[in-house]
Design a protein around this ligand. Structure first.
Ligand SMILES: [Zn+2]
Length: 316
């Protein structure tokens, strides 16, 4: 049975207020928020969703939540000291992301940091507006930090000629490979995983539930080689060290301690089949990062093979 949309919204709102009313003065209990997220069956996304098609928020594990769209992830990690949001989809998706945060009973104004997987419009395009709305500080690794401030990557981006620019972020705090960002009890580590873009970054943290059970979560960036007509991954003279860094990033993802894999496009890790009330696949899979890295490596090998078969036009 499918509930009419208005009834669905009303029932979510009443369940949310009933569950959360009692804790206005108490610390926010993850269980209550999780109950809100799990209370109602989630309407399916279109077969070919747009970047800003909205979908209901979902509980992932412990203090980790999905607040993104049908096709682009946005991940909320909550704490008593404030929250951290990873990725902002595109500008037009921001009202839906903020509504999802509120629907779970959290306050967007409590988001203290916004992080990014990679510096492309579909994951970074909403960050400027989210930062403005929430007052959060944006944190990124170079060269993504510079691209976020400019609203566009540079020729080091394999898709530089084909990917659109986005609203620039006025000020971005830098973080280094392997460095940790701390907020209260939260600690997220940045891992350089360039290749899809030069600033590609994967993030890891421990998510703990009310019972004190903790899991290692990996938000692994895209490892897929997409490019415009000019960029060649094999051309080390044009992009010194880029291919080797790409390989190292794939090895990094394969070697990460990994219990719950999340990805910037939910479909890349079957995320909607693994979370929420209709989950049909296991959430925890300690081999998921290795498998994801293997797919990335195979795609890169295929791409390099293709470049060998199509020699570059002579330099002129
Ligand atoms: Zn991208």
């Amino acid at each position: 049975m499918r509930l009419p949309a208005a009834l669905l919204a009303a029932s979510i709102a009443s369940i949310a207020s009933a569950l959360l009313a009692g804790c206005a003065n108490a610390p926010q209990r993850g269980d209550a928020h999780a109950a809100v997220a799990a209370a109602v069956a989630i309407a399916p996304c279109p077969a070919k969703p747009k970047w800003d098609d909205p979908t209901a928020p979902r509980h992932i594990h412990g203090n980790t939540w999905y607040v993104g769209t049908c096709s682009i992830s946005a991940i909320l990690i909550t704490s008593e000291a404030g929250h951290i949001l990873i990725d902002g989809a595109i500008d037009s998706a921001v009202p839906g992301i903020e509504a999802n945060i509120r629907a779970l009973g959290f306050d967007p104004g409590q988001v203290r940091y916004i992080l990014n997987s990679h510096e492309h419009i579909d994951h970074a395009g909403g960050i400027a507006r989210l930062a403005r709305d929430t007052g959060a500080r944006v944190v990124a690794r170079e060269p993504a930090a510079t691209a976020l401030e400019r609203g566009k990557g540079d020729r080091g981006d394999p898709q530089f000629l084909t990917v659109a620019g986005f609203a620039p972020v006025p000020s971005v705090q830098r973080i280094g490979d392997g460095d940790a960002l701390r907020l209260g009890a939260l600690e997220l580590t940045a891992h350089a995983t360039p290749g899809h873009t030069p600033g590609g970054t994967s993030w890891t943290w421990r998510s703990c539930d009310e019972a004190g059970q903790c899991r290692t979560v990996v938000y692994a960036d895209s490892l897929t080689p997409f490019s415009d007509k000019v960029y060649r991954y094999s051309d080390d003279a044009a992009h010194p060290g880029a291919l080797a860094a790409y390989r190292r990033g794939i090895e990094t993802v394969a070697a990460l301690p990994c219990e719950i894999l999340l990805t910037p496009h939910p479909g890349a890790s079957d995320l909607f089949e693994r979370i929420g009330p209709q989950a049909s696949k296991p959430l925890v899979d300690t081999g998921a990062c290795r498998a994801y890295a293997a797919v990335g490596a195979a795609k890169l090998d295929a791409r390099l093979e293709q470049e060998r078969a199509q020699p570059a036009p002579a330099a002129h």
